[in-house]
Ligand binder design. Structure first.
Ligand code: BDR
Ligand code: CA
Length: 345
């Protein structure tokens, strides 16, 4: 079993990544934290709880918590992605009835209004300390504000070399999505990702950070053929179809994609199936100064002539370049079918 902490900003694709973690037998989900990003952080918190409810996993709240973390980047203005994820962050569904059912269980959906990044940071630390095999994977499917705070408070955890970060983010050989060269999760808080990358380093130059960039996630599209594999007569699967249709429409309007890339579950899938990816070990630095380019990941493409930066700034990182798309979707659909059996909808 792999102990996984999921830090996320649900978000349509975060929701599916979380569903994958909740239903994957090889993953022991030890904590969930939410962050600003696709929507304001009190909304992303609500959405994480909604995911637990609709998947029939709300009882997990007795064992693990959903903790509402940072509500803004380290030093920049907040940005949200309402044009893609809607006002609730999980657009396409009227959540009223579901929310009443959640509240009837005594769960306070408004708790996420009291953001507490310290609780996230201490939560991750405790999860690592309590891990049975002494290892922890932090899955990051939003920006890195929470994880940067963790790295700053508990550097000795990271020095052990037993905690690794798997993150959806970046664009390497392709352009960015929310700015010409940067991908949203890195672009909205590049200082945070820079702190994380600098902190998660080892003396033997192993990579503790794996990035699943747009180069990979833009190949993983939720096409009509994929959606057809879900059962529209099953209430849970029908809800997923509605979410995917909303996502399809916004992606079409904003980016002109005929079918939307479902980014975040690819990072969750990587944790269990790294063999289905092509990965390259690189040295990289995060651009935090550029007026138009901050948030881009600059890799050392030509090491023999690398005088474009101070070599000490370059950090070890694994970057995925390809995934087996068919295997990915087969696995995601299987996981959704399993969750459908337990859903209270
Ligand atoms: C990333 O940004 C968010 O909108 C998605 O949830 C994903 O994590 C893609 O750039
Ligand atoms: Ca996300």
């Amino acid at each position: 079993m792999i102990d996984v902490w999921h830090d996320c900003d649900p978000g349509h694709d975060d929701a599916i990544a979380l569903m994958y973690c909740l239903s994957e037998p090889k993953i022991n989900l030890v904590g969930i934290s939410t962050v600003h990003g696709n929507q304001l952080s009190y909304k992303t918190f609500k959405n994480a709880i909604r995911v637990l409810y609709i998947t029939g996993q709300i009882s997990k709240l007795e064992k693990i918590k959903v903790i509402s973390g940072a509500n803004k980047p380290i030093k920049r203005k907040s940005q949200i992605c309402e044009e893609i994820h809607g006002d609730s962050g999980l657009g396409g569904i009227d959540w009223k009835d579901i929310d009443s059912k959640i509240e009837a269980l005594g769960i306070n959906l408004k708790e996420g209004e009291k953001q507490n990044i310290e609780n996230v940071v201490d939560g991750i630390h405790n999860a690592y300390k309590n891990s049975k095999n002494g290892k922890l994977t932090i899955l990051v499917t939003g920006c890195h504000t929470n994880i940067a705070a963790y790295a700053q408070k508990y550097p000795e955890d990271i020095k052990s070399g037993n905690i690794n970060v798997v993150a959806m983010g970046g664009s390497i050989d392709t352009y960015g999505n929310t700015s010409p060269w940067a991908e949203f999760n890195i672009q909205i808080d590049p200082e945070a990702f820079s702190i994380v990358l600098n902190a998660f380093q080892t003396e033997d130059k192993r990579s503790l950070v794996t990035l699943i960039p747009l180069d990979v996630t833009h190949t993983v599209l939720s096409t009509p053929e994929v959606i057809k594999k879900l059962d529209e007569n099953n209430k849970f699967e029908n809800l997923i179809i509605k979410l995917l249709y909303f996502f399809k429409e916004t992606y079409q309007n904003v980016f002109g994609f005929p079918s939307p890339p479902v980014h975040d579950p690819v990072a969750a899938y990587y944790i269990v199936h790294p063999e289905d990816f092509e990965v390259k070990h690189e040295q990289a630095v995060v651009e935090t100064e550029g007026k138009y380019t901050s948030g881009s990941i600059c890799i050392n493409r030509y090491p023999k002539i690398s005088n474009w930066c101070d070599k000490n700034e370059l950090k070890e990182i694994d970057i995925c370049r390809k995934v087996n798309v068919d295997k990915f979707w087969d696995s995601i659909i299987d996981h959704l079918h399993i969750l459908a059996k337990n859903s209270p909808l």
